[in-house]
Design a protein around this ligand. Structure first.
Ligand SMILES: Nc1nc2c(ncn2[C@@H]2O[C@H](COP(=O)(O)OP(=O)(O)OP(=O)(O)O)[C@@H](O)[C@H]2O)c(=O)[nH]1
Ligand SMILES: [Mg+2]
Length: 234
C-alpha cells in the first residue's frame, strides 16, 4: 500500500469539518473550504488494470466520460494544480486509472480517480472492448466508490456509450451511489444553448444532478467542490 495511506486511521484533531459543521457555513465559505480541501490532492498511484488498483477503505470519486470530454482538466481546476492529472489535446491520453489522495495535514479522507476516456475512434477495437469491460467492472465492483462524475461535452450530448454507462450505474445509484453529470466546455455555448443542453441532459440522466461546467471560465467550480465535499463526508 502506498506510504501516503500507511497511517490512515483518522485523527479527530486533524480531521476536516464534519458534514454538519460544513453545512453551517455560508455558501461562499463552503466553496472556499471545499476548494482548500481539494487543493490538498496528491498523486497516489496508477494502474493499467483493475486488479492492480489497491483496495481502500476511503470514499472514492470517479471521473468518467468520453475521451476528450475534459475529465483531467476538471480535476486540475478543482484541485488548483496545473499538471496533477494529465490533460491533453490528443484524445486518449489518459490510459491508466490514476488515483489522487485528498485530505488536510496528510490525513487522507477521500480519493479521486481519473479514468481513461472511451469512444475515441482511433483506438483499436480490441482495446476499446477491453477498456469498456475494465470500466464496467470498476463501476460495478469498486467497493469504496461513493460518487461518479460523468463528464459530457454538450455539443455531442450523451452518446450511446454514456447511456450504457448510465445503465451499468443505475443499480448502484439506487443503492445510494452519488451521481453528477457535468456538461463541460460550457464556455463554447451561449445562454440559450446552455439552458437547452441542461434540460436535455436532465431528462437523459433520469433525475440525477446535472450542472454546466467550464474549466476555462471557472463556471460551476465552487458548486462542484462543495458538493464533492458533502458527498465525501457523510
Ligand atoms: N474550451 C474549453 N476547453 C476545455 C475545457 N476543459 C477541457 N478543455 C480542453 O479539452 C481537451 C481535452 O481535455 P482533457 O482534460 O485532456 O480531456 P479528458 O476527458 O481527460 O480526455 P482523455 O484523458 O483522453 O479521456 C483539452 O484540449 C482541454 O484543454 C473547458 O472547460 N473549455
Ligand atoms: Mg484524461
Amino acid at each position: 500500500m502506498p506510504e501516503v495511506l500507511a497511517n490512515s486511521a483518522p485523527d479527530p484533531e486533524k480531521a476536516g469539518l464534519s458534514k454538519e459543521a460544513f453545512a453551517l457555513l455560508s455558501p461562499a465559505d463552503r466553496a472556499k473550504y471545499a476548494m482548500g480541501w481539494l487543493h490538498t490532492a496528491r498523486f497516489l498511484t496508477t494502474a493499467a488494470q483493475l486488479h492492480h488498483l489497491p483496495a481502500y477503505d476511503l470514499p472514492e470519486i470517479a471521473f468518467v466520460g468520453r475521451s476528450n470530454a475534459g475529465k483531467s482538466t476538471c480535476i486540475n481546476v478543482l484541485t488548483q494544480q496545473k499538471r496533477l492529472a494529465y490533460a491533453s489535446k490528443t484524445p486518449g491520453r489518459t490510459q491508466h486509472i490514476n488515483l489522487f489522495a485528498l485530505g488536510r495535514q496528510g490525513q487522507t479522507d477521500a480519493v479521486l480517480a481519473d479514468l481513461p476516456g472511451y469512444g475515441y475512434a482511433a483506438v483499436p477495437k480490441q482495446d476499446k472492448i477491453r477498456w469498456q469491460q475494465v470500466m464496467a467492472n470498476y463501476l460495478l465492483t469498486r467497493d469504496n466508490l461513493r460518487a461518479v462524475v460523468l463528464m459530457c461535452d454538450p455539443r455531442h450530448g450523451l452518446t450511446e456509450l454514456d447511456d450504457i454507462l448510465l445503465e451499468v450505474l443505475r443499480p448502484r445509484v439506487e443503492e445510494g451511489l452519488k451521481f453528477l453529470v457535468l456538461l463541460t466546455k460550457a464556455d463554447k455555448l451561449n445562454r440559450t444553448e446552455g439552458a437547452k443542453a441542461l434540460s436535455i441532459a436532465k431528462l437523459q440522466a433520469g433525475g440525477g444532478e446535472v450542472k454546466l461546467f467550464s474549466a476555462l471560465k471557472k463556471q460551476g467550480v465552487d458548486e462542484v467542490a462543495s458538493l464533492l465535499y458533502e458527498w465525501m463526508h457523510t
